[in-house]
Design a protein around this ligand. Sequence first.
Ligand code: PEP
Ligand code: MN
Length: 264
Amino acid sequence: KLSSREFRGQDTVIEVGGVRIGGGKIAIMAGPCAVESEEQIMYTAQKVKEAGGHILRGGAFKPRTSPYSFQGLGKEGLKLLAKAREETGLPVVTEALGIEELELVAEYADIIQIGARNMQNFRLLEAVGKLRKPVLLKRGMMSTIEELLMSAEYILAQGNYQVILCERGIRTFEPSTRNTLDLSSVPIIKKQSHLPVVVDPSHGTGRSDLVIPMSLAAIVAGADGLLVEVHPNPIEALSDGPQSITPEMFAELVDHLRRILPVL
Ligand code: PEP
Ligand code: MN
């Protein structure tokens, strides 16, 4: 298989806007769950940059459980992300929900996110496989590691080798957390595959108080980076407030990481 260590022994390193993902460096992707306003995204981007984050995250098209919940700003959100990139120099990762808006998202994004709910949307995977742009592929909340790797295969098979895998937690019977963050997947995937792996402790736990400890654990387990939700005012967030950390907590997280990681 194209994703396997047998096919490629060396770690795949993905370069985006001067940031390297994989191959020993740690890439920190951070930002709000959703882009909500110009003020919100510009302020958060600035804070992420100041604290030492490498890539800005933010959803413009949101996969919400309820059709009555905030669905994202759409194209306007993409434009605001581009503006935040201009201001801070941070490359941008944002989700494409479907093939319909893939071209539009690809125009603005430096990394195209395929969400957990779309991990087995095989037509969408083939479509991003035809692009020549990095893809962040999130593990489905009910998917095995093998299924995640097979989904990556759909992208690689179309000639796009710039795939970053993301562990974001799976559904279990444990109600204390939104998902159970399966950190054992990190060393398992790293053993089987040359692709970089990042961990999302925000969706992985659903709890802002667990983001720092699980981030540290993820890096110690061998993750190549993190995807963290940061919001200037989590209580007022239009999505995923309970798992969003403040810019101050994010700075604290990066400080913690610097203490254990001379490479950062
Ligand atoms: C997100 O990153 O905001 C998101 C919706 O994540 P997931 O697809 O992992 O639920
Ligand atoms: Mn979210």
